[in-house]
Design a protein around this ligand. Structure first.
Ligand SMILES: Nc1nc2c(c(=O)[nH]1)N[C@H]1C(S)=C(S)[C@@H](COP(=O)(O)OP(=O)(O)OC[C@H]3O[C@@H](n4cnc5c(=O)[nH]c(N)nc54)[C@H](O)[C@@H]3O)O[C@H]1N2
Ligand SMILES: Nc1nc2c(c(=O)[nH]1)N[C@H]1C(S)=C(S)[C@@H](COP(=O)(O)OP(=O)(O)OC[C@H]3O[C@@H](n4cnc5c(=O)[nH]c(N)nc54)[C@H](O)[C@@H]3O)O[C@H]1N2
Ligand code: SF4
Ligand SMILES: [Mo]
Length: 684
């Protein structure tokens, strides 16, 4: 095991917030006698500006939580009962290696890693783990549960996950906050939007929910879920008919305007208004603002992606700044993700060459419910016999959890979970292994909301017998007889490998962060990183796959009003004081969120005899969920909001919103459709 540096009596240690949040804050941890006593934002790091969100400012409460896993455990009760006995590290790792070795001898593809962004760190994420599973020849995991619809859409439009530099939002005169509850999930962007507002900018929020953010913008366009592409096309319609297009920019730097223009002209504000469930005048007004204000900036986020047409919606919105020439200004354009700017050397970290010519099958993490229940077949390959879960809580976060639970409950499935806590998934483990937190290990971070690399140094020694993810995979590799020297690389060295010479590691060691060289207005003169070098309204690559080359409105699988049995559209965006299912077990944060809630409009609640605060049954053909109704101003008629992502075992009847969501996939990127979900609600 790698020794973490144990600091002197009072010291501050620089680090990075590990969470799946666009802000990737720089942390300063105060350590006294080897104990972390305070975690604060680094005032020297501009995007952090010395401020953390409420949940991470409580980080020590999570790190030293009385329920933190402190030693390896082995299952004693039936699957899912959560009954374990302590076991030594050597005994646990020996047995896990023997079990995996026996499965691999038949077919290593029967082994599946399951991980996501419990930490965004490049080292405790997919470095040593990637090497281990590549050498083994295990099934590959398609990590699609969050961002892949938008990623594919941006790649096919702008050429990559690139866009405006976040700091210049402060200089914009119009900001569209489109599919984002920034106050909850992108707080440091919101600070910049407030600065713009003080300088006279107009803020418009486009969201089916009257979120904390929507409430504080000048305008709120409360459209139905999954109708963003229709809105974007109607905006284009208005830009064309009013002459608000930048023909010079279009001619030089866009591809496919003729076709898109023709399509947009079929989307009058009236037609879109009927689809979006909003007044046509609101669309006209928004188009006027967007067409006549410079610089105009769009903060596009994930809300619109979690529906069938999520990819097309992002493509449609991503065309807008090229139509008005907004990209000419550094405070104009669009930002969804900046992660494409980071020159991460993934091959060095994950070593796909260890596959040595083998091409294992790929399993989509979204359909883990169905896939765990699948038998061997020529199309699927071998049945899944073992799952190793790290940095993720699939039983709570994956869709259609009835099936996910059934899969993890298989007595013949061998499950290893690396975790900080006994999550819903941990309850199904055969071996539950205690992992270190960000205060206890080295890591290095790219981000998706700004353009700085951050280094995280360990502030304290591992709590209890916890080990780093990397160390656990190194231990398993040694026991499996993997002799490549890469399985002995230490964590600090892995941090250096992540960017090689492309980032100044000495600067990271000294300051904790280093800025990438990114032009202020990256597309002012075109030069998009696409095949054509233009903003591709028409994507030849998509057309070659037999898909529509131009963006279009793709209706939801389960559109609002589309079913008599299940007339309400449910969305389930994140709660402000949780991060996905992380922090749900931190009492001070759970006290603020209270309990699982379903927000409903009075027009939907009254005819069902539902009063505010009443326990309701939310259901569809996939399952049911009990929670309290909150009747009030946040939900629009026809749409209910089930805030996520509660631990099932902390909910009223042992389920959460994902009992109701489906395993269907988006139009682009093979992503989930969490917000494309019809339900009915009754008093319980
Ligand atoms: N506090 C907190 N912060 C977080 C997270 C968290 O759980 N808690 N999660 C992190 C992660 S993993 C991610 S991916 C990001 C996600 O953060 P965001 O990108 O902000 O996405 P969401 O919060 O999922 O949804 C944003 C808003 O989109 C709205 N929305 C839902 N459906 C639609 C639609 O069809 N169209 C439009 N226009 N809007 C829609 C929702 O009502 C919500 O208010 O946040 C990260 N930050
Ligand atoms: N209904 C609905 N479902 C959703 C969403 C939604 O909006 N609505 N959002 C989706 C989105 S955007 C996402 S990104 C996914 C998120 O899904 P996940 O990535 O699974 O995120 P978390 O639920 O936060 O679970 C992460 C787990 O990793 C653990 N962890 C953290 N750091 C470490 C570490 O260093 N080592 C180890 N071994 N473990 C660690 C944490 O303790 C935590 O239990 O959920 C998706 N599910
Ligand atoms: S969760 Fe986001 S806002 Fe909070 S500290 Fe981490 S990076 Fe910053
Ligand atoms: Mo996410």
């Amino acid at each position: 095991m790698e020794a973490a540096t144990i600091p002197a009596p009072v010291q501050t240690v620089r680090g990075a917030c590990p969470h799946d949040c666009p802000d990737t804050c720089a942390l300063v941890t105060t350590v006294q006698d080897g104990v972390a006593v305070r975690v604060q934002g680094n005032p020297q790091h501009a995007p952090t500006a010395g401020v953390l969100c409420h949940k991470v400012s409580r980080y020590t409460e999570r790190t030293y939580h009385p329920e933190r896993l402190l030693q390896p455990m082995r299952r004693v009760g039936p699957k899912g009962s959560g009954r374990f006995e302590p076991v030594g590290w050597d005994e646990a790792l020996d047995d896990i290696a023997a079990r995996l070795g026996a499965i691999a001898a038949r077919d290593p593809q029967a082994i599946l890693p399951y991980s996501y962004c419990g930490t965004m760190g490049l080292v405790q994420g997919e470095s040593m783990a990637g090497r281990f599973f590549h050498q083994l020849g295990a099934s590959l995991l398609d990590r699609t549960i969050c961002a892949s619809a938008g990623a594919e859409a941006l790649t096919q439009t702008l050429g990559g996950k690139v866009g405006m530099k976040v700091e210049f939002f402060a200089e914009a005169k119009l900001i569209l906050v489109w599919g984002s509850n920034s106050i909850a999930s992108n707080l440091h962007f919101w600070r910049l939007a407030q600065e713009a507002k003080r300088n006279g900018a107009k803020l418009v929020c486009i969201d089916p929910r009257r979120s904390e953010t929507a409430e504080k913008c000048h305008e709120h366009i409360q459209l139905l879920p999954g109708t963003d592409a229709a809105l974007a096309l109607a905006l284009m319609h208005e830009l064309v008919v009013n002459g608000w297009t930048d023909e010079d920019y279009l001619a030089q730097h866009a591809l496919g305007w003729e076709g898109l223009r023709e399509r947009a002209l079929r989307w009058s504000p009236e037609r879109a208004a009927a689809v979006c469930g909003i007044p046509a005048q609101q669309i006209r007004d928004l188009a006027r603002d967007y067409g006549t204000t410079q610089p105009a900036a769009i903060r596009l986020n994930y809300g619109m992606q979690r529906v069938r047409g999520g990819g097309n919606a992002v493509r449609a919105v991503a065309c807008l700044p090229a139509i008005t020439g907004a990209w000419r200004h550094r405070a104009g354009g669009l930002l969804l993700s900046s992660s494409g700017f980071f020159p991460v050397d993934r091959a060095a970290l994950q070593r796909p060459d260890l596959l040595a010519g083998r091409t294992p099958r790929t399993v989509n993490m979204v359909t883990i419910g169905d896939d765990l229940l699948r038998r061997a077949s020529p199309a699927f390959g071998p049945a899944i016999e073992a799952v190793i879960v790290y940095n993720s809580n699939p039983v709570a976060v994956a869709p259609e959890s009835g099936k996910v639970v059934q899969g993890f409950a298989r007595e013949d499935l061998f499950t290893v979970v690396l975790e900080h806590f006994r999550t819903d998934t941990a309850d199904y483990a055969d071996y539950l292994l205690p992992a270190t937190t960000q205060l206890e290990h080295w890591d290095i971070h790219a981000t998706y909301g700004h353009t700085d690399v951050l280094l995280n140094r360990p502030a304290v020694a591992p709590v209890g017998q916890a080990r780093t993810n990397t160390d656990i995979f190194r231990g398993l590799a040694a026991r499996m007889g993997f002799t490549d020297p890469c399985f002995r690389e230490g964590d600090e060295s892995l941090c250096r490998s992540a960017f090689g010479e492309r980032v100044d590691f000495a600067q990271l060691l000294e300051h904790g962060f280093a800025s990438l060289q990114v032009p202020d207005a990256p597309f002012a003169g075109g030069r998009f990183p696409t095949a054509s070098g233009r903003c591709e309204f028409f994507s030849a690559a998509l057309a070659r796959q037999g898909l529509d080359g131009l963006p279009d409105h793709v209706p939801n699988y389960e559109p609002a009003g589309g079913s008599n049995r299940y007339p309400l559209a449910m969305i389930s965006p994140p709660a402000r004081n949780f991060l996905n299912s992380t922090f749900v077990n931190v009492q001070s944060l759970r006290d603020i969120e209270g309990e699982p809630l379903l927000e409903m409009h009075a027009d939907d609640a009254a005819p069902r005899g539902i009063a505010d605060g009443q326990v309701v049954r939310v259901f569809n053909d996939r399952g049911e969920y009990l929670c309290k109704a909150r009747v009030g101003g946040r939900a629009r008629p026809g749409v209910v909001n089930g805030l996520g992502i509660w631990w099932r075992k902390l909910g009223l009847a042992g389920t959460n919103v994902n009992q109701l969501t489906s395993q269907r996939l988006t139009d682009l990127g093979r992503a989930p459709v969490f917000y494309d979900c019809l339900v009915e609600v009754q008093p319980a």
